[in-house]
Design a protein around this ligand. Structure first.
Ligand SMILES: *Cc1c(COP(=O)(O)O)cnc(C)c1O
Length: 465
């Protein structure tokens, strides 16, 4: 082995990766055999790997690089902040300029009445904060039995023990179990679970599962409901129009707290600052991370409504916090990211340029023989792959087999598009241009064609009985 440096040949890097690096959500033995693809640099919506391939990033990293890669302003701010004050905490009656400025800026862009921020290092951590926060809130209000949080099957809220338990993914629950006091209701996924209902009737029915669950558990035991305005990791599941108004009605009626997990849907992704605005949701708490810093620094947090913040702040210490809550470098970078989003009109760009342009092309993908529905809100989209559109049928093969094959074709065609089961999903940087959208769609079509031909060849274009 040569000396370990940053400039080694790909094969050597792959061997070192296989030997020493444990990958999240991956089967490391299989990955080691195959060899990872190693990214080297990036600019705008384009990644370059160690072999020099230019890859269009249809996922903005992990849904986070909203302003695109390679913005020097953020690097400059980070360097300056590291020199001035690399670290200080906010625990013991101290604060610092970046945390103060970022909290104030978030209060300005958040919906009215949500003027408070508790910082964390990630979305998972922020959701762990939320669990403790809503339970403590009810303690102080003299209702300590209100502890249960209702969440959704196939929701995603991170992968710490708290976040993973809020999430409704059985694969995560199986690895390490769940924390107590969290229950799950059905998801508003009409395409795969809606049966003969109209989307509207199904959306209503799934929302009413919340009411049934509250009544079953007893409202005196329920602290909060948590949901993503649009499920991201669950497959970009856009709820029917009836869903969120009914969830809101139920939360209001029973007086339980509503947590909107905006980790993906925040910061312009849906064409507004927050997905809650797009769907008319009035949350008490919003989870934020990802696009908060466009992924340039790890940072997350909870934006908290005035009432909850006041109750929480009025009865002694809130015994919770992270060493890196409001980290000055991360906060300074996030603030610069928000400045760019605002001053460059990036949310306007999503709403008036990128979304309408992509929408027409994305919807047209349903002309492809194996694309059933196409969904796109802002710049968050999905297509359902199916062998029989009329029946909304699943493939006979194990769920995810076809999606994985399609993703492999995308990868080979230098397009990053993820699969969740047999849905293909995109969430590109918000700065993507119409020319780049054309390239993304061209590569997606080529990949779908190749995948389709492969399924036919291998006898896999078959519906489940
Ligand atoms: C990614 C994600 C999280 C977890 O954020 P991390 O920063 O990975 O901990 C939580 N909620 C949603 C909706 C997410 O998409």
């Amino acid at each position: 082995m040569n000396k370990i440096t940053n400039h080694m040949p790909t094969a050597e890097l792959q061997a070192l990766d296989a030997a020493h690096h444990m990958h999240p959500f991956s089967e490391n033995a299989a990955l080691a055999k195959k060899g990872v693809r190693i990214m080297k640099s990036a600019k705008g919506v384009w990644l370059t790997d160690t072999e020099g391939h230019k890859i269009i990033d249809g996922m903005a990293g992990l849904w986070c690089v909203n302003i695109g890669y390679g913005r020097k302003e953020l690097a400059t701010v980070a360097a300056r902040q590291m020199e001035e004050l690399a670290y200080y905490n906010t625990f013991f009656q101290t604060s610092h300029v970046p945390a103060i400025a970022l909290a104030a800026k978030l209060a300005e862009v958040a919906p009215k009445g949500m003027g408070h921020v508790f910082f964390a290092g990630s979305g998972s951590e922020a959701n762990d904060t939320n669990i403790r926060m809503v339970r403590r809130y009810w303690d102080i209000k003299g209702q300590p039995e209100k502890r249960i949080i209702i969440a959704r099957k196939n929701g995603y809220h991170g992968s710490t023990m708290g976040g993973g338990s809020l999430g409704g993914m059985s694969g995560i629950h199986k690895h390490g179990g769940m924390i107590a006091g969290i229950v799950h209701i059905g998801q508003p996924d009409w395409w795969s679970e809606g049966g003969d209902h109209t989307p509207e009737a199904f959306g209503l029915a799934r929302a009413q599962e919340l009411e049934a669950m509250i009544l079953q558990l007893g409202v005196e035991n329920v602290a909060a409901f948590i949901g993503e305005p649009i499920q991201g990791a669950g497959g970009v599941i856009v709820p029917p129009s009836t869903y969120w108004p009914e969830i809101q009605r139920i939360c209001d009626r029973y007086g339980i707290l509503l947590i909107a997990d905006e980790v993906i849907t925040g910061f312009g992704r849906t064409g507004n600052w927050f997905g809650s605005q797009t769907f008319g949701i009035k949350p008490h708490i919003m989870t934020i991370a990802k696009g908060l810093s466009s992924g340039y620094q790890p940072i997350g947090g909870s934006i908290v409504c005035d009432e909850v913040a006041e109750v929480l702040g009025s009865h002694g210490d809130f015994n919770h916090g992270y060493t890196y809550s409001g980290h000055p470098v991360a906060a300074a970078v996030a603030l610069e990211n928000l400045r760019i989003i605002e001053e460059e009109g990036i949310i306007e760009h999503v709403r008036t340029v990128a979304h309408p342009y992509l929408k027409e092309r994305w919807d047209a993908l349903t002309e492809h023989p194996m694309v059933g529905e196409a969904k796109l809100v802002g710049l968050m989209g999905s297509i359902a792959l199916t062998p029989d559109k009329a029946r909304r049928a699943a493939f006979a093969s194990e769920t995810g087999t076809v999606g994985y094959r399609c993703r492999e074709r995308c990868f080979a065609n230098n397009l990053i598009m993820r699969h969740v089961g047999d849905r293909m999903i995109i969430s590109p940087p918000l700065v993507i241009t119409p020319e780049e959208i054309d390239i993304l769609i061209d590569r997606a079509k080529t990949s779908l064609d190749e995948c389709y031909a492969g399924l036919k060849r291998d006898g896999l274009f078959v519906a489940r009985a």
